[in-house]
Design a protein around this ligand. Structure first.
Ligand SMILES: Cc1cc2nc3c(=O)[nH]c(=O)nc-3n(C[C@H](O)[C@H](O)[C@H](O)COP(=O)(O)O)c2cc1C
Length: 365
């Protein structure tokens, strides 16, 4: 019934056990020093029945942090704990990728390591509030400091060193978080990048940051093992580009020219973690990726096993990601195989600290 979805997949240099991807899922359970928590190897190991596991968005540097309890990969300890996660993913038969993250303006100093302050392409303050543990609720976002040339160069370098750490942790690949209004998207978008130097002012110049970061990443990893995640037409985190179609195409062209192995496309049917109405754009964004990007495409957002199988059979995508369902279904691939309905994922514990709603979801009996 799900012949293609469950069959092995050649994905660039990798042989995957299935066409199922566990996409990055932020769970806000990192230790106070921004290391993955002690249960992370267990949690990821439980989900290693996927062909490809992409670990949650992970900060490339202390100042890349935006939210409470999200992990980093800039210290030796963080890297060593990621090694344990990778080992568990490999033991289950999946390939392991880590999503590299810099929050830019979507950040609060109370959530960051001491001495950090949010930086962004331009000093555009987010209108919405942000959660901090210090206040125990939503707090006003500060106005970020506009990056100077030296900051930009430094951030690019932090992606390079994060890739070096990812490599020593054993990750098979790295994914640039270019979606959902974080720093890459902030540089790319006309309402968050008001610069008039070489890093802004035209669509082409707004792409330069992504270009430089991909250059840094592919200097460490074989380009075939590098991907980027994009959220075309997405408005999450107050992204409001003057021409979202042109921006999306430019980001795809940048990915194509960087020679990277895959693009991971979030269809507009989900915004961040919020379900939206299905629309014609959901199909269009996949077609556009295929038209501009010559290598592999992962489809994400709103898929069911049935729709995933149909899209794979039609050759529209190469792999399919199941996000929210992977939280509550560690054995998601096995459930598809045995035609067991998915269990509910408890939204109330998506982002809460502690073990409840993390590695305690049972496999189907
Ligand atoms: C709890 C949660 C955490 C998420 N964290 C990330 C993340 O770290 N990086 C990212 O690119 N997307 C993140 N997303 C988006 C998912 O990867 C996925 O694209 C989204 O849930 C839509 O897919 P679905 O309909 O299969 O759930 C998150 C979503 C949820 C529900």
């Amino acid at each position: 019934m799900f012949e293609k979805l469950l069959s092995s997949a050649k994905f660039g240099p990798w042989e995957l056990n299935s066409h199922v991807v566990m996409p990055p899922l932020t769970r806000n359970r990192a230790q106070p020093d921004f290391s993955p928590n002690e249960q992370a190897p267990l949690y990821y190991g439980q989900r290693s029945g996927a062909g490809l596991v992409i670990c949650e968005a992970t900060q490339v540097s202390p100042e890349a942090t935006g939210y409470p309890r999200t992990p980093g990969i800039w210290t030796k300890k963080q890297t060593a704990l990621w090694r344990e996660v990778v080992d568990q993913i490999h033991a289950g038969g999946a390939k392991a990728v880590i999503q590299l993250w810099h929050c830019g303006r979507i950040a609060h100093p109370d959530n960051q390591p001491e001495g950090c302050y949010p930086i962004a392409p331009s000093a555009v303050k987010p209108k919405m509030p942000i959660y901090t543990d210090v206040s125990g609720g939503l707090t006003e976002n500060p106005t970020p400091r506009e990056m100077i040339e030296e900051d930009i160069r430094g951030v690019v370098e932090s992606y390079r060193s994060a890739c070096q750490n990812a490599k020593s942790a054993g990750f098979d690949g790295v994914e640039l978080h270019g979606a959902n209004g974080y720093i890459v998207d902030q540089f790319a978008s006309s309402n968050t990048n008001l610069r008039t130097d070489d890093w802004g002012g035209s669509l082409e110049k707004r792409m330069r940051f992504m270009e430089e970061v991909l250059k840094a990443m592919t200097s460490v990893y074989d380009p075939a093992c590098v991907g980027v995640r994009l959220s075309p037409y997405g408005k999450f985190n107050e992204i409001d580009d003057e021409n979202p179609a042109a921006k999306y195409e430019a980001m795809l062209r940048t990915a194509e020219e960087a020679g990277i192995g895959y693009v991971h496309i979030i269809r507009p049917v989900v915004s961040g973690n919020i379900q939206m109405k299905a629309s014609a754009l959901d199909g269009e964004v996949i077609d556009t990726a295929r038209r501009i990007f010559s290598r592999r495409v992962i489809g994400a957002a709103g898929y069911t096993p049935q729709s995933a199988e149909a899209e794979l059979q039609a050759g529209r995508v190469d792999l399919v990601a199941f996000g929210r369902a992977f939280v509550g279904n560690p054995d998601l691939v096995e459930r598809i195989r045995r035609n067991v309905p998915f269990a509910e994922s408890d939204e109330a514990t998506f982002y809460t600290p502690g073990s409840k709603g993390y590695a305690d979801y049972p496999a189907a009996t």
